[in-house]
Design a protein around this ligand. Structure first.
Ligand code: SAH
Ligand code: SF4
Length: 396
């Protein structure tokens, strides 16, 4: 059986052709799946009967099994999905007054091994398939639409950020059709500026993304110089800062916004000193060099500690002082609000449970069955007392 979540619309067209059907039928099918959340071909009433019959025998819309769902006091929802083989991935929904953002995973684990990231500490297990990436959005969108009682044309998810587990640009082949499905007017219809790929700096793939599907780009910088960045983000040894910033400048030629977001995780006593802020400012302004510098916004992320990191969160005043240096230097700088940390859904906290399960798998022991722990049965608002996210009318 083929999982239809695997295909962007062009891929679905190829699949229809293989079944001996006209390519254009893929558009109708795609809309049933991604705009109406339908899984059952028999229910897709306006599809040609011949196609429905063929689909019934050869294809499914296979969602990911939910291992658990947790809702934070602020309305943030974290889903843990079982992706088999002892691996699980996490997806986080972040409701705000005027938008609903979904933070999606691209890999089970991550090979980059950043010092401050719990996903990195857990090691790399495997790439997710396109179907597994898209299934996170499919599940969130249609679960929330039902739960919130949204009318046709209203969307639960208005923004996607590839900031969950994994390095999306190290899983490019699967990422690309997933992005295309998110952007497709017959799919989720998200604009390029509402879909953000966050990367630790896989330089050649930044160039590919610019050419293939230039969505909003966030780059995890975390240090103003190579010596420190080599320590924090080991990939820097392969693609040092100068090359990374050059790739970012190249990306701007086609980016949907006229800036790149630089993420900078504030680590107590490691990268948060005023002189490091000044070095960062000089770096992004390109002081002393005509062809360097970068049009960017800087997003300071309070570090979310986890025991194995041995690192601490910068005090609030130090973050404010760091931000002030950048702002006074003319760089738009924001401090990220931490969401959902009471359920370990904040940046870099994902996948505590997976760690144990992976170790089980490594030992060759059969992984324990995933605990099904649905903590929420009804609408978010009823259970938590937190206002349900405001539905946002889709622009299409
Ligand atoms: N691999 C990609 C995307 C996933 S990580 C990347 O690194 O960009 C998403 C963001 O969370 C990155 O900016 C990352 O640096 C940040 N992050 C990781 N661990 C964190 C932690 N413990 N506290 C705060 N932010 C963290
Ligand atoms: Fe991987 Fe991103 Fe975590 Fe680094 S911060 S280990 S690249 S997920």
């Amino acid at each position: 059986m083929v999982n239809l979540l695997q295909f962007d619309r062009a891929g679905l067209g190829d699949f229809c052709e293989q079944l001996g059907e006209k390519r254009f039928r893929a558009t109708q099918l795609f809309r049933w799946i991604h705009q109406r959340g339908e899984r059952d071909p028999a229910a897709m009433t306006d599809l040609a009967k011949s196609l429905r019959d063929k689909l019934a025998g050869s294809a499914v819309v296979e969602a990911l099994p939910v291992a658990s769902e947790q809702v934070a006091a602020d309305g943030t929802i974290k889903w843990l999905f079982d992706v088999g083989g002892g691996d699980a991935i996490e997806t986080v929904f972040i409701p705000e007054a005027d938008r609903g953002t979904l933070c999606i995973s691209s890999q089970a684990g991550c090979a980059v091994n950043c010092r401050f990231c719990s996903t990195g500490h857990q090691g790399f297990s495997r790439n997710l398939t396109t179907a597994e990436i898209v299934a996170q959005l499919w599940h969130a969108e249609f679960t929330l639409r039902r739960r919130l009682g949204l009318a046709a044309g209203e969307r639960a998810i208005t923004n996607v950020v590839m900031m969950g587990m994994g390095e999306p640009l190290q899983n490019y082949a699967a990422l690309l059709p997933a992005l295309r499905t998110m952007l497709d007017d017959h799919g989720y219809g998200l604009s390029r500026r509402r879909v953000t790929v966050s990367t630790s700096g896989v330089v050649p793939m930044i160039d590919r993304l610019r050419d293939d599907c230039p969505v909003a780009l966030a780059v995890s910088l975390h240090a103003p110089d190579d010596a420190l960045r080599d320590e924090l983000v080991p990939l820097n040894r392969k693609y040092p800062i100068a090359e990374l910033l050059a790739a970012c400048r190249g990306y701007l030629a086609r980016a949907p916004r006229d800036f790149i977001t630089l993420e900078y995780c504030m680590l107590d006593g490691v990268n948060d000193a005023p002189e490091q802020a000044r070095a960062l400012l000089a770096l992004v302004r390109g002081d002393g060099s005509a062809d360097s510098g970068l049009a960017c916004k800087i997003n300071l992320i309070p570090f979310n500690p986890f025991p194995a990191s041995g690192l601490g969160r910068s005090p609030r005043e130090r973050v404010a002082a760091f931000a002030a240096v950048l702002q006074e230097g003319g760089i738009v700088t924001t401090v990220r609000k931490t969401r959902g940390d009471d359920i370990a859904a904040a940046c870099g906290q994902l996948a505590g449970e997976v760690q144990d399960r992976t170790r089980l798998a490594e030992r060759g022991t059969r992984a324990a069955p995933v605990r099904v722990e649905r903590r929420v049965a009804g609408p978010v608002s009823r259970r938590t007392g937190v206002a349900a996210p405001a539905p946002v009318r889709s622009s299409s």
